[in-house]
Structures are given as C-alpha cells and as structure tokens.
Write a protein that binds this ligand. Sequence first.
Ligand code: AMP
Length: 227
Amino acid sequence: MRKYIIMGPQGSGKGTQAKMLAKDFDLVHISVGDIFRWHVQNRTKLGTKVQRYMKEGRLVPDEMVADVVKTRLDIHDWRHGFVLDGFPRNGAQAEFFLENYDIDAVIAIELPEDAAIARMQSRRLCSSCGLDYNLIQLRPQVAEVCDNCGGRLVTRPDDTPEAIRARLRDYREKTQPILDLLREKELIVTVDGTPGPDIVQAEMRRRLGLAAEMVEESAERQPVGAA
Ligand code: AMP
C-alpha cells in the first residue's frame, strides 16, 4: 500500500505526474480539482456552490474540501494506495489530513512562477472527456480537437490572467508554508518540474525508491472520470 500526496504550483504538471504514477502502480488518482470540475459540469448542488470560487481562482472553503476528500477516501477502492492531488492547500487542510490519514510521502514539484504562468496559458482541456493538453509539451494531433474522443479543446475557465495570479498567490502564501511543515516531518520528496513529463516522472520514482524503468514514453493518457 502506497499513499502519496502530490503538490506543486498550478501548471507544474502534478495532475499528469499523478496519473502516470497511479497507472503503473495501480494506485487511485484522486484530484480534488477534477472532482469539483465534475460537480460543476454536472450542475450538482456542490457544483453550484464551488463554481464561483473556482472561476475566480480562489480556494473553496475548507469544510467543503474536507467533505469531498473524506467521502472520496471512504469509498476505499484504493487497495494498492492512492495519489492525492491538489490537497492539502493550506494549514487547516494539512492538519485535518495528517490527523486522520498516514502518508508515505509528499511529492513536491518545483517550478518557477514565470514557467507556471506560461504553462497555464498554454493549457487546454477537452470539453467532452476532460483529458488535458498543453500546447507546449502535450499537443493534440489535430489542433483544438481531443485525440481521445474528438471533443473540442477549451481553455479552463480559471486559466484567465486574474485567476492565474490569484491561484499562484494562494500557492505562495498558503500552500508553500505547509511544505515547510512537512519538510520538518521528513515526508517531502522534491522534484524539479522544469523538464518534460517523462523525465520528471523518472526522477520522482527514483526519489521514491520505485522502479524507474516502468516509465514509458507512450504511457496511455486517461480522461477525467467522475472520481
Ligand atoms: P486544481 O485543478 O487543483 O488547480 O483545482 C482547481 C480549483 O479547485 C482550485 O483553483 C480551487 O478553486 C479548487 N480546489 C481544488 N483543490 C482545493 C483545495 N484543496 N482547497 C480549496 N480549493 C481547492
């Protein structure tokens, strides 16, 4: 059983890295942002509540986030473990989590802010299946069309310049300090997020003591499910 948290500024590729790791080691990838996006897209009650926060690039209130994480982990479909992506993002969430769950490691992907901004601006998402693309590193075969389902690629509503600035500020002010706390507990594995996805993944596995040879360039990408 392996239980990991993956953290990094927006645009650092944590979702892509989490999926690559989860796929090869049979872990469940739990992305809090994907769960919220699913609720928004399906117009659930929770979706209506979180939509504005997300669009403006603000953090969703802690109680709603804790509920979502707890409900998702309570499903217990993670026989071999999980990679939790996008949580915790502030001190209160870290406290809740560390009190209730044991974690093997926290993977922190580092990326300078200007690179994070450039990546977010080049990010596209399939409006139909949710598969994510990056016009710098992960281009679709046909411009603006999803390789997986032929859906239209769109910009995430929270990838506007204002929302990007707000999210990076929150990361710097609220998330970064918990990395320091986790570092004290010796849970952190830091990885440089600047190179391409395969190199980052290989380095991550090396640092976690997992078999690096399992990284394959052709790793199949998965669309976003209802998680
Ligand atoms: P992400 O896909 O991880 O960038 O998350 C998208 C958006 O979902 C964030 O900008 C927040 O509005 C919300 N969100 C995701 N995870 C959290 C969290 N742990 N705490 C608060 N809000 C979150």
